[in-house]
Design a protein around this ligand. Structure first.
Ligand SMILES: Nc1ncnc2c1ncn2[C@@H]1O[C@H](COP(=O)(O)OP(=O)(O)OP(=O)(O)O)[C@@H](O)[C@H]1O
Ligand SMILES: [Mg+2]
Length: 499
Protein backbone atom coordinates (compact mmCIF):
# COMPACT_ATOMS: atom_id res chain seq x y z
CA UNK A 1 0.00 0.00 0.00
CA UNK A 2 1.37 3.42 -0.75
CA UNK A 3 -0.18 5.31 2.15
CA UNK A 4 1.97 6.38 5.09
CA UNK A 5 1.26 8.43 8.21
CA UNK A 6 3.76 10.34 10.34
CA UNK A 7 3.19 12.50 13.43
CA UNK A 8 4.27 16.00 14.26
CA UNK A 9 3.12 18.99 16.33
CA UNK A 10 1.96 22.50 15.48
CA UNK A 11 2.41 25.58 17.62
CA UNK A 12 -0.48 27.58 19.01
CA UNK A 13 0.43 29.95 21.82
CA UNK A 14 2.29 27.71 24.25
CA UNK A 15 0.16 24.73 23.25
CA UNK A 16 1.40 22.10 20.82
CA UNK A 17 -1.53 20.31 19.16
CA UNK A 18 -0.78 17.14 17.26
CA UNK A 19 -0.62 17.16 13.50
CA UNK A 20 -0.93 14.03 11.42
CA UNK A 21 0.89 13.96 8.09
CA UNK A 22 -0.73 11.57 5.62
CA UNK A 23 1.11 10.80 2.42
CA UNK A 24 -0.48 8.99 -0.50
CA UNK A 25 1.29 7.89 -3.66
CA UNK A 26 -0.83 7.20 -6.71
CA UNK A 27 -0.66 6.88 -10.44
CA UNK A 28 -1.28 9.89 -12.61
CA UNK A 29 0.79 12.87 -13.54
CA UNK A 30 3.91 13.08 -11.31
CA UNK A 31 3.76 16.05 -8.98
CA UNK A 32 3.41 16.95 -5.30
CA UNK A 33 0.27 18.37 -3.72
CA UNK A 34 0.24 19.51 -0.14
CA UNK A 35 -3.14 20.04 1.49
CA UNK A 36 -3.59 21.85 4.79
CA UNK A 37 -0.82 24.41 4.55
CA UNK A 38 -1.12 28.04 3.43
CA UNK A 39 -0.20 28.60 -0.23
CA UNK A 40 3.28 30.10 0.20
CA UNK A 41 4.27 27.56 2.85
CA UNK A 42 3.21 24.74 0.51
CA UNK A 43 5.46 25.87 -2.29
CA UNK A 44 8.44 26.26 -0.01
CA UNK A 45 7.93 22.97 1.83
CA UNK A 46 7.52 21.08 -1.46
CA UNK A 47 10.79 22.37 -2.85
CA UNK A 48 12.78 21.93 0.34
CA UNK A 49 11.57 18.39 0.91
CA UNK A 50 12.19 17.31 -2.67
CA UNK A 51 15.76 18.59 -2.83
CA UNK A 52 16.56 17.38 0.69
CA UNK A 53 15.38 13.86 -0.14
CA UNK A 54 17.55 13.80 -3.25
CA UNK A 55 20.56 15.17 -1.40
CA UNK A 56 20.12 12.52 1.29
CA UNK A 57 20.77 10.00 -1.52
CA UNK A 58 17.18 8.82 -1.77
CA UNK A 59 14.96 8.82 -4.78
CA UNK A 60 12.04 11.20 -4.94
CA UNK A 61 9.02 9.12 -6.11
CA UNK A 62 8.18 9.72 -9.74
CA UNK A 63 4.44 9.49 -9.03
CA UNK A 64 1.61 11.67 -7.90
CA UNK A 65 2.36 12.55 -4.23
CA UNK A 66 -0.50 13.87 -2.08
CA UNK A 67 0.36 15.14 1.38
CA UNK A 68 -2.40 16.03 3.83
CA UNK A 69 -1.76 17.80 7.12
CA UNK A 70 -4.62 17.17 9.53
CA UNK A 71 -6.51 18.64 11.30
CA UNK A 72 -7.13 21.35 8.75
CA UNK A 73 -7.87 24.30 11.00
CA UNK A 74 -4.62 24.46 12.96
CA UNK A 75 -1.96 27.10 12.36
CA UNK A 76 0.71 25.46 10.28
CA UNK A 77 3.41 27.96 9.59
CA UNK A 78 7.03 27.46 8.71
CA UNK A 79 9.12 24.42 8.06
CA UNK A 80 8.54 22.50 11.30
CA UNK A 81 6.78 19.68 9.40
CA UNK A 82 9.50 19.16 6.76
CA UNK A 83 11.01 16.13 8.47
CA UNK A 84 7.64 14.47 9.05
CA UNK A 85 6.64 15.11 5.44
CA UNK A 86 9.91 13.78 4.02
CA UNK A 87 9.71 10.63 6.15
CA UNK A 88 6.09 10.13 5.14
CA UNK A 89 7.02 10.29 1.47
CA UNK A 90 9.94 7.89 1.90
CA UNK A 91 7.82 5.47 3.93
CA UNK A 92 4.99 5.55 1.37
CA UNK A 93 7.53 4.81 -1.35
CA UNK A 94 8.88 1.90 0.66
CA UNK A 95 12.34 3.42 1.05
CA UNK A 96 12.29 3.38 4.85
CA UNK A 97 10.54 0.89 7.15
CA UNK A 98 7.43 2.01 9.04
CA UNK A 99 7.82 0.16 12.34
CA UNK A 100 9.34 3.03 14.28
CA UNK A 101 7.04 5.65 12.79
CA UNK A 102 3.96 4.66 14.76
CA UNK A 103 4.99 5.76 18.24
CA UNK A 104 7.33 8.57 17.30
CA UNK A 105 6.81 12.25 16.53
CA UNK A 106 9.08 14.35 14.35
CA UNK A 107 9.92 18.03 14.34
CA UNK A 108 12.46 19.71 12.10
CA UNK A 109 12.98 21.99 9.15
CA UNK A 110 15.09 20.68 6.28
CA UNK A 111 17.92 22.54 4.62
CA UNK A 112 18.41 21.77 0.93
CA UNK A 113 21.45 19.70 1.90
CA UNK A 114 19.21 17.41 3.95
CA UNK A 115 20.50 18.81 7.25
CA UNK A 116 18.01 19.54 10.03
CA UNK A 117 17.49 23.11 11.17
CA UNK A 118 16.22 24.31 14.55
CA UNK A 119 12.52 25.02 14.95
CA UNK A 120 10.63 26.98 17.59
CA UNK A 121 8.34 25.50 20.21
CA UNK A 122 10.17 22.21 20.75
CA UNK A 123 9.74 22.35 24.51
CA UNK A 124 5.91 22.50 24.64
CA UNK A 125 5.76 19.86 21.90
CA UNK A 126 8.02 17.59 23.90
CA UNK A 127 5.92 18.01 27.04
CA UNK A 128 2.85 16.91 25.11
CA UNK A 129 4.65 13.98 23.52
CA UNK A 130 5.87 12.86 26.94
CA UNK A 131 2.33 13.01 28.27
CA UNK A 132 1.22 10.78 25.39
CA UNK A 133 4.08 8.36 26.01
CA UNK A 134 5.59 9.00 22.61
CA UNK A 135 9.16 9.32 21.50
CA UNK A 136 10.24 12.47 19.67
CA UNK A 137 13.04 13.19 17.20
CA UNK A 138 14.20 16.82 17.01
CA UNK A 139 17.06 18.71 15.34
CA UNK A 140 20.34 18.71 17.24
CA UNK A 141 20.17 22.51 17.26
CA UNK A 142 17.23 22.14 19.67
CA UNK A 143 19.08 19.74 21.99
CA UNK A 144 19.43 22.43 24.68
CA UNK A 145 15.71 22.74 25.28
CA UNK A 146 15.10 19.04 24.66
CA UNK A 147 17.46 18.26 27.55
CA UNK A 148 15.25 20.15 30.01
CA UNK A 149 12.34 17.73 29.98
CA UNK A 150 13.14 15.01 32.45
CA UNK A 151 12.11 11.48 31.48
CA UNK A 152 11.19 12.49 27.97
CA UNK A 153 12.02 9.94 25.30
CA UNK A 154 13.82 12.26 22.93
CA UNK A 155 16.52 11.79 20.33
CA UNK A 156 18.41 14.40 18.37
CA UNK A 157 19.59 14.17 14.78
CA UNK A 158 21.69 16.24 12.40
CA UNK A 159 20.13 15.24 9.10
CA UNK A 160 17.39 13.44 7.27
CA UNK A 161 19.88 10.72 6.31
CA UNK A 162 20.63 10.06 9.99
CA UNK A 163 16.95 9.73 10.87
CA UNK A 164 16.43 7.32 7.97
CA UNK A 165 19.45 5.29 9.09
CA UNK A 166 17.87 5.04 12.54
CA UNK A 167 14.48 3.98 11.12
CA UNK A 168 16.27 1.21 9.28
CA UNK A 169 18.06 0.15 12.45
CA UNK A 170 21.43 0.88 10.84
CA UNK A 171 22.47 3.55 13.34
CA UNK A 172 21.64 5.08 16.71
CA UNK A 173 20.56 8.66 17.32
CA UNK A 174 22.11 10.77 20.07
CA UNK A 175 20.49 11.78 23.37
CA UNK A 176 20.14 15.51 24.03
CA UNK A 177 22.50 15.66 27.02
CA UNK A 178 21.79 16.89 30.52
CA UNK A 179 20.56 20.15 31.96
CA UNK A 180 22.02 21.80 35.03
CA UNK A 181 19.70 21.96 38.03
CA UNK A 182 21.06 25.01 39.86
CA UNK A 183 21.62 28.25 37.96
CA UNK A 184 25.06 29.78 38.10
CA UNK A 185 24.35 32.86 40.17
CA UNK A 186 27.95 34.02 39.91
CA UNK A 187 27.34 34.90 36.31
CA UNK A 188 25.03 37.84 37.10
CA UNK A 189 25.75 41.23 38.69
CA UNK A 190 26.04 41.22 42.50
CA UNK A 191 24.45 43.39 45.18
CA UNK A 192 27.88 43.82 46.74
CA UNK A 193 28.54 46.47 44.07
CA UNK A 194 25.85 48.77 45.46
CA UNK A 195 26.86 51.24 48.17
CA UNK A 196 24.36 52.51 50.71
CA UNK A 197 20.68 52.65 49.67
CA UNK A 198 19.61 50.65 52.68
CA UNK A 199 15.95 51.52 52.24
CA UNK A 200 15.94 50.47 48.62
CA UNK A 201 17.84 47.29 49.43
CA UNK A 202 15.27 46.44 52.06
CA UNK A 203 12.40 47.08 49.63
CA UNK A 204 14.11 44.95 47.00
CA UNK A 205 14.46 42.11 49.49
CA UNK A 206 10.79 42.28 50.52
CA UNK A 207 9.79 42.39 46.86
CA UNK A 208 11.91 39.30 46.24
CA UNK A 209 10.30 37.40 49.13
CA UNK A 210 6.73 37.95 48.03
CA UNK A 211 7.08 38.62 44.31
CA UNK A 212 5.68 42.12 44.85
CA UNK A 213 5.79 44.91 42.29
CA UNK A 214 8.30 47.63 43.06
CA UNK A 215 8.77 51.26 41.99
CA UNK A 216 12.01 53.12 42.64
CA UNK A 217 12.06 56.91 42.45
CA UNK A 218 15.20 59.03 42.59
CA UNK A 219 17.50 61.46 40.85
CA UNK A 220 19.82 60.29 38.04
CA UNK A 221 22.75 58.05 38.84
CA UNK A 222 21.79 56.87 42.31
CA UNK A 223 21.67 53.16 41.57
CA UNK A 224 18.06 52.45 40.54
CA UNK A 225 18.97 50.54 37.42
CA UNK A 226 21.79 48.81 39.28
CA UNK A 227 19.44 47.59 42.00
CA UNK A 228 16.80 46.36 39.58
CA UNK A 229 19.35 44.36 37.59
CA UNK A 230 20.35 42.61 40.79
CA UNK A 231 16.89 41.36 41.67
CA UNK A 232 17.14 38.03 39.74
CA UNK A 233 20.32 37.28 41.71
CA UNK A 234 18.45 37.32 45.02
CA UNK A 235 15.36 35.46 43.82
CA UNK A 236 15.11 31.74 44.52
CA UNK A 237 15.78 29.49 41.52
CA UNK A 238 12.80 28.39 39.45
CA UNK A 239 11.20 25.09 40.33
CA UNK A 240 11.25 22.53 37.55
CA UNK A 241 7.68 23.17 36.48
CA UNK A 242 8.11 26.96 36.60
CA UNK A 243 11.29 26.70 34.57
CA UNK A 244 9.57 24.57 31.97
CA UNK A 245 6.74 27.12 31.66
CA UNK A 246 9.20 29.95 31.25
CA UNK A 247 11.33 28.06 28.74
CA UNK A 248 8.21 27.11 26.80
CA UNK A 249 7.57 30.81 26.16
CA UNK A 250 11.17 31.35 25.04
CA UNK A 251 10.84 28.30 22.86
CA UNK A 252 7.72 29.48 21.02
CA UNK A 253 9.32 32.90 20.63
CA UNK A 254 12.12 31.10 18.80
CA UNK A 255 14.73 32.21 21.32
CA UNK A 256 17.52 29.88 22.40
CA UNK A 257 17.27 28.25 25.82
CA UNK A 258 20.51 27.87 27.77
CA UNK A 259 20.41 24.55 29.67
CA UNK A 260 23.02 25.90 32.11
CA UNK A 261 20.82 28.84 33.18
CA UNK A 262 17.31 27.54 32.65
CA UNK A 263 16.52 27.61 36.38
CA UNK A 264 17.42 31.28 36.67
CA UNK A 265 14.51 33.71 36.75
CA UNK A 266 14.24 35.72 33.55
CA UNK A 267 14.94 39.45 33.58
CA UNK A 268 13.46 41.45 30.73
CA UNK A 269 14.12 45.14 30.32
CA UNK A 270 12.34 46.49 27.23
CA UNK A 271 13.25 50.02 26.18
CA UNK A 272 10.68 52.75 26.81
CA UNK A 273 10.10 53.15 23.08
CA UNK A 274 8.66 49.60 22.96
CA UNK A 275 5.23 49.27 21.37
CA UNK A 276 2.23 47.72 23.06
CA UNK A 277 2.59 44.67 20.81
CA UNK A 278 6.24 44.23 21.77
CA UNK A 279 5.29 44.39 25.40
CA UNK A 280 2.25 42.14 25.59
CA UNK A 281 2.64 40.15 22.36
CA UNK A 282 0.86 40.17 19.04
CA UNK A 283 1.21 39.53 15.34
CA UNK A 284 -0.99 37.63 12.91
CA UNK A 285 0.62 34.42 14.18
CA UNK A 286 0.53 35.59 17.80
CA UNK A 287 3.95 35.77 19.41
CA UNK A 288 4.67 36.27 23.10
CA UNK A 289 5.71 39.75 24.22
CA UNK A 290 8.09 40.92 26.93
CA UNK A 291 5.59 40.30 29.74
CA UNK A 292 5.39 36.63 28.76
CA UNK A 293 9.13 36.29 28.25
CA UNK A 294 9.37 37.57 31.84
CA UNK A 295 6.97 34.85 33.05
CA UNK A 296 7.99 33.73 36.57
CA UNK A 297 10.65 36.43 36.57
CA UNK A 298 11.19 40.16 36.43
CA UNK A 299 9.92 42.77 33.98
CA UNK A 300 11.98 45.92 34.44
CA UNK A 301 10.59 49.16 33.04
CA UNK A 302 13.30 51.77 33.37
CA UNK A 303 12.31 55.44 32.89
CA UNK A 304 8.77 54.36 33.67
CA UNK A 305 6.88 57.57 32.72
CA UNK A 306 8.62 57.67 29.34
CA UNK A 307 6.62 54.64 28.19
CA UNK A 308 3.57 55.77 26.28
CA UNK A 309 0.44 55.87 28.34
CA UNK A 310 -1.34 53.45 26.03
CA UNK A 311 1.51 50.94 26.37
CA UNK A 312 1.39 51.12 30.15
CA UNK A 313 -2.37 50.73 30.31
CA UNK A 314 -2.26 47.37 28.50
CA UNK A 315 -0.23 46.10 31.44
CA UNK A 316 -3.06 46.57 33.88
CA UNK A 317 -4.96 43.45 33.04
CA UNK A 318 -2.10 40.92 32.92
CA UNK A 319 -0.69 42.45 36.12
CA UNK A 320 -3.81 41.23 37.81
CA UNK A 321 -4.58 37.99 35.95
CA UNK A 322 -1.10 36.58 35.28
CA UNK A 323 -1.77 35.80 31.64
CA UNK A 324 -2.57 37.53 28.38
CA UNK A 325 -5.05 36.53 25.70
CA UNK A 326 -4.28 37.70 22.18
CA UNK A 327 -7.31 37.60 19.96
CA UNK A 328 -7.03 37.45 16.20
CA UNK A 329 -9.78 37.05 13.65
CA UNK A 330 -9.00 33.38 13.21
CA UNK A 331 -8.01 32.30 16.70
CA UNK A 332 -7.06 33.20 20.23
CA UNK A 333 -3.74 32.51 21.83
CA UNK A 334 -3.10 32.58 25.54
CA UNK A 335 0.35 33.21 26.94
CA UNK A 336 1.33 33.07 30.60
CA UNK A 337 2.49 36.41 32.07
CA UNK A 338 3.05 36.01 35.78
CA UNK A 339 5.78 38.58 36.11
CA UNK A 340 7.11 40.79 38.84
CA UNK A 341 7.15 44.43 37.76
CA UNK A 342 10.07 46.61 38.75
CA UNK A 343 9.89 50.20 37.58
CA UNK A 344 12.32 53.07 37.97
CA UNK A 345 11.78 56.78 37.44
CA UNK A 346 13.09 60.22 38.25
CA UNK A 347 10.88 62.36 40.47
CA UNK A 348 10.46 65.05 37.79
CA UNK A 349 11.40 65.77 34.15
CA UNK A 350 14.80 67.32 35.04
CA UNK A 351 15.36 64.54 37.55
CA UNK A 352 16.33 66.50 40.64
CA UNK A 353 13.14 67.35 42.53
CA UNK A 354 13.75 66.93 46.25
CA UNK A 355 17.51 66.58 45.80
CA UNK A 356 19.29 68.69 48.40
CA UNK A 357 22.49 69.12 46.39
CA UNK A 358 21.05 69.96 43.02
CA UNK A 359 18.30 72.47 42.32
CA UNK A 360 15.23 71.33 40.39
CA UNK A 361 14.33 73.45 37.36
CA UNK A 362 10.79 72.10 36.87
CA UNK A 363 7.62 74.04 37.56
CA UNK A 364 5.04 72.37 39.81
CA UNK A 365 2.86 72.10 36.74
CA UNK A 366 5.54 70.22 34.80
CA UNK A 367 6.09 67.85 37.69
CA UNK A 368 2.42 67.17 37.98
CA UNK A 369 2.04 66.44 34.27
CA UNK A 370 5.07 64.14 34.39
CA UNK A 371 3.62 62.09 37.22
CA UNK A 372 0.16 62.08 35.70
CA UNK A 373 1.53 59.92 32.86
CA UNK A 374 1.20 57.06 35.29
CA UNK A 375 -2.46 56.42 35.86
CA UNK A 376 -3.91 55.86 39.31
CA UNK A 377 -5.05 52.30 38.57
CA UNK A 378 -1.55 51.38 37.42
CA UNK A 379 0.15 52.87 40.48
CA UNK A 380 -2.45 51.19 42.67
CA UNK A 381 -1.06 47.84 41.51
CA UNK A 382 2.45 48.65 42.69
CA UNK A 383 2.97 47.28 46.17
CA UNK A 384 6.20 48.93 47.16
CA UNK A 385 7.48 52.31 46.18
CA UNK A 386 10.71 53.57 47.55
CA UNK A 387 12.95 56.60 47.21
CA UNK A 388 16.49 56.10 46.04
CA UNK A 389 18.30 59.29 47.08
CA UNK A 390 21.76 60.49 46.20
CA UNK A 391 24.61 58.61 47.90
CA UNK A 392 27.31 60.71 49.53
CA UNK A 393 30.61 60.62 47.64
CA UNK A 394 32.39 59.61 50.83
CA UNK A 395 30.15 56.56 51.00
CA UNK A 396 30.87 55.64 47.38
CA UNK A 397 34.62 55.79 47.78
CA UNK A 398 34.68 54.04 51.16
CA UNK A 399 35.46 50.31 51.22
CA UNK A 400 32.53 47.92 51.26
CA UNK A 401 30.82 48.00 54.65
CA UNK A 402 28.92 45.27 56.46
CA UNK A 403 25.67 46.79 55.19
CA UNK A 404 26.63 46.27 51.57
CA UNK A 405 25.65 42.61 51.64
CA UNK A 406 26.25 40.43 48.64
CA UNK A 407 23.53 38.67 46.67
CA UNK A 408 24.19 35.22 48.14
CA UNK A 409 23.60 36.46 51.70
CA UNK A 410 20.37 38.22 50.81
CA UNK A 411 19.19 35.32 48.66
CA UNK A 412 19.60 32.91 51.56
CA UNK A 413 17.21 35.05 53.64
CA UNK A 414 14.78 35.41 50.75
CA UNK A 415 14.67 31.67 50.11
CA UNK A 416 14.04 30.99 53.79
CA UNK A 417 11.29 33.59 54.05
CA UNK A 418 9.60 32.45 50.87
CA UNK A 419 9.57 28.93 52.22
CA UNK A 420 7.00 30.07 54.79
CA UNK A 421 4.66 31.25 52.05
CA UNK A 422 5.14 28.10 50.01
CA UNK A 423 4.30 25.98 53.04
CA UNK A 424 1.17 27.99 53.81
CA UNK A 425 -0.30 28.62 50.39
CA UNK A 426 2.00 26.99 47.86
CA UNK A 427 2.60 30.36 46.23
CA UNK A 428 4.51 33.57 46.90
CA UNK A 429 2.57 36.13 48.92
CA UNK A 430 1.84 38.46 45.99
CA UNK A 431 -0.23 35.70 44.40
CA UNK A 432 -2.39 34.60 47.33
CA UNK A 433 -6.12 35.09 46.98
CA UNK A 434 -8.29 37.31 49.15
CA UNK A 435 -9.64 34.27 50.95
CA UNK A 436 -6.15 32.99 51.73
CA UNK A 437 -5.36 36.48 52.92
CA UNK A 438 -7.99 36.27 55.62
CA UNK A 439 -6.49 33.02 56.76
CA UNK A 440 -2.80 33.90 56.49
CA UNK A 441 -2.77 37.57 57.42
CA UNK A 442 -4.66 37.46 60.68
CA UNK A 443 -4.59 40.56 62.87
CA UNK A 444 -5.20 40.89 66.56
CA UNK A 445 -8.09 43.25 67.54
CA UNK A 446 -5.78 46.11 68.52
CA UNK A 447 -3.75 45.78 65.30
CA UNK A 448 -6.93 45.69 63.27
CA UNK A 449 -8.21 48.94 64.77
CA UNK A 450 -4.88 50.62 64.29
CA UNK A 451 -4.58 49.39 60.70
CA UNK A 452 -8.07 50.55 59.76
CA UNK A 453 -7.36 53.98 61.19
CA UNK A 454 -4.14 54.23 59.19
CA UNK A 455 -5.83 53.16 55.95
CA UNK A 456 -8.56 55.72 56.53
CA UNK A 457 -6.03 58.50 56.94
CA UNK A 458 -4.14 57.49 53.79
CA UNK A 459 -7.34 57.09 51.76
CA UNK A 460 -6.31 53.74 50.25
CA UNK A 461 -8.44 51.65 47.89
CA UNK A 462 -9.75 48.17 48.61
CA UNK A 463 -7.12 46.76 46.29
CA UNK A 464 -4.42 48.66 48.13
CA UNK A 465 -5.74 47.30 51.41
CA UNK A 466 -5.21 43.72 50.25
CA UNK A 467 -1.88 44.53 48.69
CA UNK A 468 -0.58 46.14 51.87
CA UNK A 469 -1.57 43.02 53.80
CA UNK A 470 0.35 40.82 51.38
CA UNK A 471 3.45 42.98 51.74
CA UNK A 472 3.09 42.90 55.54
CA UNK A 473 2.93 39.13 55.25
CA UNK A 474 6.25 39.07 53.38
CA UNK A 475 7.80 41.32 56.00
CA UNK A 476 6.60 38.98 58.74
CA UNK A 477 8.02 36.05 56.79
CA UNK A 478 11.43 37.73 56.74
CA UNK A 479 10.91 38.21 60.47
CA UNK A 480 10.64 34.48 61.15
CA UNK A 481 7.21 33.75 59.72
CA UNK A 482 5.04 34.60 62.75
CA UNK A 483 1.39 33.62 62.28
CA UNK A 484 -0.02 36.97 63.47
CA UNK A 485 1.05 40.19 61.82
CA UNK A 486 2.13 42.80 64.30
CA UNK A 487 2.09 46.56 64.11
CA UNK A 488 5.70 46.89 62.95
CA UNK A 489 4.99 44.68 59.92
CA UNK A 490 1.91 46.68 59.01
CA UNK A 491 3.60 50.02 59.56
CA UNK A 492 6.52 49.12 57.34
CA UNK A 493 4.22 47.84 54.60
CA UNK A 494 2.18 51.07 54.74
CA UNK A 495 5.29 53.15 54.51
CA UNK A 496 5.93 51.77 51.00
CA UNK A 497 2.54 53.13 49.95
CA UNK A 498 3.35 56.75 50.54
CA UNK A 499 3.89 57.77 46.93
N1 LIG B 1 24.53 53.21 45.23
C1 LIG B 1 25.52 53.07 44.35
N2 LIG B 1 26.59 52.31 44.65
C2 LIG B 1 27.58 52.15 43.77
N3 LIG B 1 27.62 52.71 42.56
C3 LIG B 1 26.60 53.49 42.20
C4 LIG B 1 25.50 53.70 43.08
N4 LIG B 1 24.64 54.52 42.47
C5 LIG B 1 25.15 54.78 41.27
N5 LIG B 1 26.33 54.18 41.09
C6 LIG B 1 27.17 54.29 39.90
O1 LIG B 1 26.46 55.08 38.98
C7 LIG B 1 26.16 54.35 37.79
C8 LIG B 1 24.73 54.65 37.35
O2 LIG B 1 23.82 54.04 38.22
P1 LIG B 1 22.36 53.65 37.75
O3 LIG B 1 22.36 53.42 36.29
O4 LIG B 1 21.87 52.56 38.58
O5 LIG B 1 21.62 55.00 38.06
P2 LIG B 1 20.06 55.29 37.94
O6 LIG B 1 19.59 55.60 39.31
O7 LIG B 1 19.39 54.22 37.21
O8 LIG B 1 20.08 56.64 37.10
P3 LIG B 1 19.05 57.20 35.99
O9 LIG B 1 17.93 57.81 36.74
O10 LIG B 1 19.85 58.21 35.27
O11 LIG B 1 18.65 56.04 35.18
C9 LIG B 1 26.38 52.93 38.15
O12 LIG B 1 26.81 52.19 37.02
C10 LIG B 1 27.44 52.99 39.21
O13 LIG B 1 28.70 53.07 38.61
MG1 LIG C 1 18.58 54.13 35.28
Amino acid sequence: MSLAVTLSRAQEGVAAPQVMVEVYLSGGLPGTHIVGLPEAAVREARDRVRVAIQNAAFEYPNRKVTVNLAPAELPKDGGRFDLAIALGILAAAGQVPRERLDDCEFLGELALSGDLRRVSGVLPALLRARARGRRMVVPRANAGEAALVADADVLVADSLAEVCGWLRGAQELALPGEAQLEPDYEAGPDLADVRGQLQARRALEIAAVGGHHLLMVGPPGTGKTMLAERLPGILPPLSESEALETCAVLSVAGQPVDPAQWRRRPFRAPHHTASAAALVGGGSQPRPGEISLAHNGVLFLDEFPEFSRQVLEVLREPLESGHIVISRAARQSTFPAQFQLVAAMNPCPCGYAGDARHGCRCTPDQIQRYRARLSGPLLDRIDLSVEVPRVALSELSAPRSAYDEDSATVRARVVKARQHALMRAGRPNAEISVRELERDCALGPAERRWFEGALERLGLSARAYHRVLRVARSIADLDGGAALLDRSHLAEALQYRRL
